[in-house]
Design a protein around this ligand. Sequence first.
Ligand code: ZN
Length: 221
Amino acid sequence: MSYQHQYSDGTPIHFPMGKVVCVGRNYAEHAKELNNPVPSEPLLFIKTGSCVVPLDGGFSITQAGGAVHYEAEIAVLIGKPLSRTPNAEEVLDAISGFAPALDLTLRDLQATLKEKGYPWEVAKSFDGACVLAPFVPGDAVEDLTDLGIRLSINGEVRQDGNSRDMLNPILPLIQHICGHFSLQAGDVILTGTPAGVGPLQAGDELELELVGHSRFASRAR
Ligand code: ZN
């Protein structure tokens, strides 16, 4: 299904879908559950814009080529170009919205690639690997250091995190990213996943929530 950025009231957001910049191991509890050391600086990787699908109406996990794990994450929509060394105010001004998202991962393939010291891209950027819900406007979130993300599967809470537990909080994370490469309107930042990741099965019913802001039901097919 083709993807178009939109607000949670249904209004389309007229930016092209850009790249998705992701950060690994941004919550200490999650790094621990996968037996990974906590990195000394943000561990960045990219998902292509073409792998993004909407959460609404369900999403496919059966064409990915292996066991797919969910990672619920706070997604940040960039609405203005950012590069080099923006200050915190400039970053804040460039944020157009927040949404809950799923960073889908071929965990076995990722483990094999990691073992060999290879890049993870094919385990992270297969078609359908980034599932995005509609965004609430950037100014709807008052405190970026107290923003909750929650995922329930078949009625059971599996992940329940808060941005206060991020090793790299949202604004400094985006500043760090800009030190490596420019961001454009339509790019999305996935800010890492809290503990509780696990496999998805076709037929799973999901509820994905940006706590206090938006909540969406979906289903894995
Ligand atoms: Zn992730």
